[in-house]
Design a protein around this ligand. Sequence first.
Ligand SMILES: NC(=O)c1ccc[n+]([C@@H]2O[C@H](COP(=O)([O-])OP(=O)(O)OC[C@H]3O[C@@H](n4cnc5c(N)ncnc54)[C@H](OP(=O)(O)O)[C@@H]3O)[C@@H](O)[C@H]2O)c1
Length: 205
Amino acid sequence: MRIAVVGGTGDFGLALAQQLVLAGEEVVIGSRDAERAREKAGGVGAAGAANEDAVRGVDLVILAVKSDAALPTAEYLVDAIDHTPVLSVASELRFTKQGVYPTEDGRSIAERTQEILHAPVVAGLHSLAAASLAQGKADGDALVCGDDDDAKELALELAAKVVSGRALDAGPLASARALEGMTAVIVNLNRRYKGHAGVRIVGLP
Ligand SMILES: NC(=O)c1ccc[n+]([C@@H]2O[C@H](COP(=O)([O-])OP(=O)(O)OC[C@H]3O[C@@H](n4cnc5c(N)ncnc54)[C@H](OP(=O)(O)O)[C@@H]3O)[C@@H](O)[C@H]2O)c1
């Protein structure tokens, strides 16, 4: 599989790219700055390019930019991405003195990204900590949701390569509301217990 990681210069995208390269995938890291992409990519055995070049000719695009840049980046790349499936990993969080809250918007970033792009959007990997991925496969399961079966199958195949547990189909794209919201829970757990929490689903065959 050839995979583009848009915003792959960041903590999460770079760690994910590294694990995918180790799993034998062909990865191109995207950045707003092609030189920065090439520099970061060199460290993990990937290729690097400007975002709009990175997404051309790949099988799957992972949108891994800073969360508040996800929608503007989707708008910027809509023509370059065309109909290539997109995996959204973003969660919108509000940091307050009382703790971390999910967004007040009823719809997920993934659903709003789907409204912008022509491509099928799936969502997943929200519970994988960048710090864990930087050390190896992330501990736990990966949950992936989406409305397009083929795109979801691709994302599940990819997800299975970067976790110690299983990649699980969590239903339609609307499930992204829960998956993105769960990130707030995980960040609160990490703060309270000083760790890198993941999730493991029990009770499935
Ligand atoms: N960190 C985690 O543990 C974790 C876990 C699960 C999911 N996620 C999700 O993964 C995504 C990336 O997280 P991160 O912690 O790696 O974020 P990050 O380091 O803050 O940012 C990632 C990249 O986003 C790009 N970027 C920043 N501002 C931008 C803008 N205004 N327009 C376009 N691109 C911009 C930057 O790339 P260039 O400057 O090179 O263009 C940056 O390297 C987020 O959506 C997050 O919710 C993170």
